[in-house]
Design a protein around this ligand. Structure first.
Ligand SMILES: [Zn+2]
Length: 265
């Protein structure tokens, strides 16, 4: 029983940080950010009392910038709250997303460059070579990203051994590309070594499709998607602006999805 006061003090401190929330999900969002990037980011109170996230290198980002935004503004200039707001639908759900529902497309650039590198050289020096279904791919060695891709590759290889007809979806796969998102100025997660594209011929991108083209997500093999999700990746096939070839390491979003389903991790 001697440990109880310490435990209660810890819980009280956690509650004061998390539960005096500026938004219903603030506590969960910050917990998932801390859990996804352990030791690298930490929730804190700013000088004005607002919730902030301390980043590697010492910079701090406000959790909520307090600005109402149109869907396009939330995409182009999101806060951490905006970034975490749309809950990624795990598993077979959500394959017909409503307009402007693209969970994971809102990304706070300063957050990701602080984590993975500010320059091409800085990113590259943290990448490692990963065996992915018989091919060597370079991927970030930080925060479990490379280990996650390696685990995905092993499960995909086992899947393809049983289902060789699915091989055409997986190959060719690529990861690094130092460019902005096609047709936009925003930094691509391929520039940070945390995204993988499978065969683009069978994984179309909305921006390269004729206007109004419905997403073909329902005909994409769910077995492949579920393997990636199990290891911390989101799939661009669940976005209204669909990108079926695209998988991205975003453990903070899968943490939130699982916690809201009552799972513990
Ligand atoms: Zn991609």
């Amino acid at each position: 029983m001697r440990r109880a006061p310490i435990l209660f003090a810890f819980i009280a401190l956690s509650l004061s940080l998390y539960a005096a929330a500026q938004a219903d999900d603030a506590g969960l969002d910050l917990q998932c950010l801390e859990q996804a990037y352990p030791g690298a980011v930490a929730a804190a109170r700013g000088p004005g009392g607002g919730l902030e996230l301390a980043l590697p290198g010492g910079a701090r980002l406000p959790y909520d910038d307090g600005r109402p935004k149109s869907p396009e503004e939330a995409l182009q200039n999101p806060s951490l709250k905006d970034m975490m707001d749309q809950v990624y639908p795990l598993g077979p759900d959500g394959r017909e997303p409503g307009p402007d529902f693209s969970p994971g497309r809102r990304r706070v650039t300063a957050f990701f460059t602080a984590l993975y590198g500010e320059t091409k050289a800085g990113v590259m020096e943290k990448t490692v070579s990963v065996d992915f279904a018989g091919k060597r791919l370079r991927f970030s060695g930080l925060y479990g990203a490379a280990e996650a891709l390696r685990a995905v590759g092993q499960e995909i290889a086992a899947l393809l051994a049983a289902r060789p007809d699915l091989k055409k979806y997986v190959s060719p796969a690529s990861t690094l590309a130092f460019r902005a998102i096609a047709g936009e100025n925003r930094l691509s997660m391929h520039a940070l070594g945390i995204a993988v594209d499978l065969n683009p011929k069978l994984g179309p991108y909305w921006g390269w499709s004729a206007p109004g083209t419905p997403s073909p997500a329902n005909s994409y093999p769910l077995q492949i998607v579920e393997i990636f999700e199990r290891h911390g990746f989101i799939w661009g096939g669940k976005w209204s602006r669909f990108d079926l070839m695209h998988f991205e390491y975003r453990p903070e979003l899968l943490c939130k999805s699982r916690r809201l389903r009552g799972e513990q991790k």
